[in-house]
Design a protein around this ligand. Sequence first.
Ligand SMILES: [Zn+2]
Length: 485
Amino acid sequence: MKNCVLAACFFCVVASSSAFAQNVTDEKAMPYLHQGALLIRDDSKKAEAIAAFEKAMQYTLSPKNESMALACLANLYHETDKDKAFEFLKKARELDPTNTNVLAPLGSAYAQRREYGTARECLREYLKGHPDGQAAPSVNRLLTQIDQIEADDALLGKINKAVTSYNEKNYREAIEILEATQKGGEHAHKDKEQEILGLCYVREGKYKAAIECFKAVLAADPKKPAIVSALAGAYEGMGDLKQARECLKQYVHMDSKGEMAVAAKDRLPVLKKVMKTAGDIESSDYFQAVSKPFIKRWSLTRMPLKVYFEPADSVKNYDKAFQGSVPKALDLWCKATDGKVSWTTTSDRAEANIEVVYTDDPAAVSRTQSHSEAGVCEIKAGGQKGAKIAGINHVVIKLLTTDDNGKAFTAAELEATSAHEVGHALGISGHSANPNDVMFFAATKNVKDGLTTRDANTLKYIYDAVVYDTGKIEVPGRPDPEKHD
Ligand SMILES: [Zn+2]
């Protein structure tokens, strides 16, 4: 609702010569009042009309006539000096509360100042005095508009509150607010409502609902690259990589120099690769996808792996609650290997097999310009050229405490990142295309606490695999993958 719709002009009702009452005290002023009342009708004589009324005001005037003269002056000034006109109208009402001719323009002026309560009061009082007055239809329209604007302001207030909640990562709170405003049907801030609701749904892992929201925004205005990019993220989250790629391509096409374009361009080949290597996302493991061109794993002679945790208390946004994430992840993955892989802590960095480092600098964990990773796993492995197996020698896991926008990650987010990076650290050197898996290639809220059977089986098979000198790989107990085709 734009404010300018309130700029209704009701001044037609105030000026006429007979509006001024003959009064003994006003004798000297009367000729000027009459002159002003005549001149006011002629648009080309505004200056003379102002001069006449101002001259009249130099003499003693009864409150009624002074009120009327001020109303006329307000009329003459209302286009060139709104503040002056407003002051005149207020004074006119004070001097003569029965001068209902002042009430319509004054109500309109209050409405333009967003003082809706007083505006309503003036306009209703006008209608009481002039139920069939010339300005009555406009006054009624204005009253309706004020109601709409107030409702609109209240709605915008709620949506802004949801934006604050979203920024503070109170996604559930934001969703609650926006699902309520959504029930109110159409309104002027639908796009904002649907955008923030969609972003919150993504954060809560409700990808289908998020997609609906983003589609609604784009249906109203397809030229919103940020929404196309968000839609790509939602498709990615639910594992619809084909749609995610389509949206990303569309995004890059729309906004090739935009702030997310670098990330999108990095993402496209990743999606392509995952789609190509993922295999059947319903099968009981993704061993094929992560064992080519060779298997990467720790030698069992190194067990238990020694893990060094770099002190992190001074890292910005590091929270004590993060402390348990990596140990929990190590326990889960080790258990999946039936204890073949095990770990212990060490306080001596030099003897560590795995180092765990926290940082608040997105650039430090990013393999790409776009800093889209929340963690990274740097693996040093070695093997003979062409061999089907490489031994992992050393790993550094870097975990981010702070996202790209400078906000702290939550303990739950840290836990998901830790589970993923530890999977890499222990030997999974690729990704799953199933969004329920911890090793899904993108951060997603589908991941439940713990590993999926596919995650657990995959690492188990990596350590169960028997690699022959001929290059043949046998995995005892692994179902024949042909069966799944
Ligand atoms: Zn990864």
